[in-house]
Design a protein. Structure first.
Length: 181
């Protein structure tokens, strides 16, 4: 298998995101929230290439092929935002590339990136209670399950529970080599 890496988003990636994540099959049951305005993606790319002080996104590449994206954003501060904010991460893999370990590798690279380049101490992730695959990924990366956020996500015409996971900087074992392009 070609090597998984992360790189800054480019114009061509936006079209792929539109194509792959604008349907139930493309987004997956756990991440399909209906159609959304993708014009904001182009505006954000022009504004700051998705590298901001409060959030960001990178393309996931398998060799030279874009296969998804990772995101991070400032999440609920567990106190004052200027001292207690944490990152929340998310991953989206195009349907044809799921189940190959790419998401695990991409999230590992994203965690390395965030802990290397930003001083935040906590990264968290939420996943649908029925998304066993992502729960296994988070466990394998060293995240700790903190609990259930009850009926917190509206999707598919119903409220769904989310599981909250966290990873602290001093718990993280960085990769030996970075795969950022």
């Amino acid at each position: 298998m070609a090597q998984v890496s992360l790189r800054k988003l480019v114009d061509a990636d936006i079209k792929l995101i539109e194509t792959h994540f604008q349907s139930l099959d493309g987004a997956s049951e756990s991440q399909w929230f209906g159609f959304w305005n993708t014009n904001s993606l182009r505006a954000r790319l022009a504004q700051d290439q998705f590298i901001g002080t409060q959030d960001g996104a990178l393309s996931i590449a398998l060799g030279d092929t874009t296969v998804g994206k990772v995101d991070w954003f400032t999440s609920t501060a567990w106190g004052r935002a200027n001292t207690s904010a944490c990152w929340e991460i998310a991953v989206g893999i195009f349907a044809d590339y799921r189940g190959q370990g790419i998401g695990t590798q991409a999230q590992r690279l994203l965690i390395d990136y965030l802990f290397t380049h930003y001083p935040r101490h906590r990264i968290q992730a939420t996943t649908a209670a029925q998304n066993i695959a992502e729960q296994r990924v988070l466990d394998s990366l060293g995240f700790i399950l903190e609990g259930t956020v009850r009926k917190s996500q509206w999707r598919g015409g119903a409220w769904h529970d989310q599981l909250l996971y966290s990873l602290l900087r001093d718990e993280w074992q960085p990769s030996t080599k970075s795969q950022l392009k």
